[in-house]
Design a protein around this ligand. Structure first.
Ligand code: DOR
Ligand code: ZN
Length: 421
């Protein structure tokens, strides 16, 4: 196994030092290595962990595969991603989650951890075989019907109770479906002006409020996907203050973009939950800094051209995000490396109970890390993305930071900004 010496690297923004990567771990002291990388001006972070990725395999390999999504993740600085269950067939059995897990191992670019569906076929009617998925080779601990809300409160309660046995989590896509029928964008001034049916903030807030009460009642763990409104932040703040076992994520796009973009009628800005107002964006940023929102998760949602380059009403919701997440977060938070490491690596690994990721870059730790050049600027070119899909809202935008290298257990997956395989 090739050893690497990162010369003059700044660990989390600290003063320059040498980091030796040997036999899959961070070795102590400097010393000799097979390869030396001049890391002057580069910042080392623990490998990023994404709790919310859509890899589309099985079923929509034209939009993404486990392999292409894994490559996009590695290029974005990730060493582990959690694959959402809304594939075709749905990841609601031990068989499908094992298939995704195995494909991830074969690709070997990031650790792919399947998320299991809460209900059979994501239909919201009958609980899936959570226990069988938990005891499968994929070792599933997070369950979600993401894309759909587990709207039935009795089913949600049962699922929360069920996963307690193995310290699992239910990750909720909070959307009261009766309040979002026909919705096309955020309900507010802009939707009124454009004449598009609105997705009101309260549809998200009402479900989060209900679910924190359910989680409190049964003493179980709830994770809230892609929080998008200021009101949701207040519900979470109160729940956390009471000691409810709830964690929450925000996407890079909800930290940066607003509903004004829908005025272009360009479906690249159509996403679920929708882009909200500037006030919401401000509240989300503040919540992320304070820790009311625990993590950044991409909700990387690749879509084929025909599903995105069509009329707004017919377009699928979602945007790709793995390759731009860290640059977007850098543009929002600035070079707050400690905070970034916490919200994008340590906390997601901790929430998921994922060992070997999100650890300190100290001697003996697994060498899962990423090297970032914070001084670099990049104009996002959709044609250059490793993802099989092109639906990025940042085309032509200049973003700060370039991911120079990523290491997975001491093996480079990205070098000189390019995927190794
Ligand atoms: O925008 C979204 N896209 N939101 C979701 O909840 C699902 C996702 C997808 O699968 O495309
Ligand atoms: Zn979702």
């Amino acid at each position: 196994m090739t050893s690497y010496l990162l010369k003059g690297v700044s660990v989390l923004g600290g003063s320059p030092t040498d980091l030796l990567i040997k036999d899959g771990v961070i070795a102590s002291g400097g010393g000799k290595a097979d390869e030396t990388i001049d890391a002057t001006g580069l910042v080392a972070l623990p490998g990023l962990v994404d709790l919310h990725t859509h890899l589309r395999e099985p079923g929509r390999e034209d939009a993404e595969t486990v392999e292409t999504g894994s490559r996009a993740a590695a290029l974005g600085g990730y060493t582990a991603v959690f694959a959402m269950a809304n594939t075709s067939p749905v990841a609601d059995t031990a068989g499908v989650v094992e298939q995704v897990w195995r494909l991830g191992r074969e690709a070997g670019l990031v650790d792919v951890q399947p998320i299991g569906a809460v209900t059979v076929g994501l239909a919201g009617k009958q609980m899936a075989e959570l226990g069988a998925m938990a005891t499968s080779a994929a070792n599933v601990r997070i369950f979600s019907d993401d894309g759909h809300c587990v709207a039935d409160p009795r089913l949600m309660r049962r699922a929360l109770e069920y996963v307690k046995a193995f310290d699992g989590i239910i990750a909720q896509h909070a959307e009261e479906p009766r309040l979002t029928e026909g919705a096309q964008m955020h309900e507010g001034e802009v939707s009124t002006r454009l004449g598009l049916t609105g997705w009101p903030a309260v549809a998200e807030e009402a479900i989060i409020a209900r679910d924190v009460l359910l989680a409190e009642h049964v003493g179980s763990r709830l994770h809230v996907c892609h929080v998008s409104t200021a009101g949701s932040v207040e519900v979470l703040r109160q729940a956390k203050a009471r000691g409810v076992r709830v964690t929450a994520e925000v996407t890079p796009h909800h930290l940066l973009l607003t509903d004004e973009l829908a005025a272009s009628y360009d479906p690249v800005y159509k996403v679920n939950p929708p882009l909200r107002t500037g006030k919401d964006v401000e509240a989300l940023r503040q919540a992320l800094i304070e820790g009311v929102i625990d993590i950044v998760a991409t909700d990387h949602a690749p879509h084929a051209v025909e599903d995105k380059e069509c009329e707004w009403a017919y377009a699928r919701p979602g945007m790709v995000g793995l390759e731009t997440a860290l640059p977007v977060v850098l543009s929002v938070l600035g070079e707050q490396w400690e905070l970034i490491a916490e919200r994008m690596s340590r906390a997601p690994a901790r929430i998921a109970g994922l060992t070997g990721h999100g650890t300190d870059l100290s001697p003996g730790s697994p060498a899962n890390l990423t090297l970032v050049d914070p001084a670099a600027r990049r104009v996002v070119d959709p044609a250059e993305l490793a993802s099989r899909s092109r639906n990025t809202p940042y085309a032509g935008t200049t973003l700060p930071g370039r991911i120079v290298a990523t290491f997975l257990r001491g093996e480079p997956t990205v070098l000189d900004g390019k995927a190794v395989k």
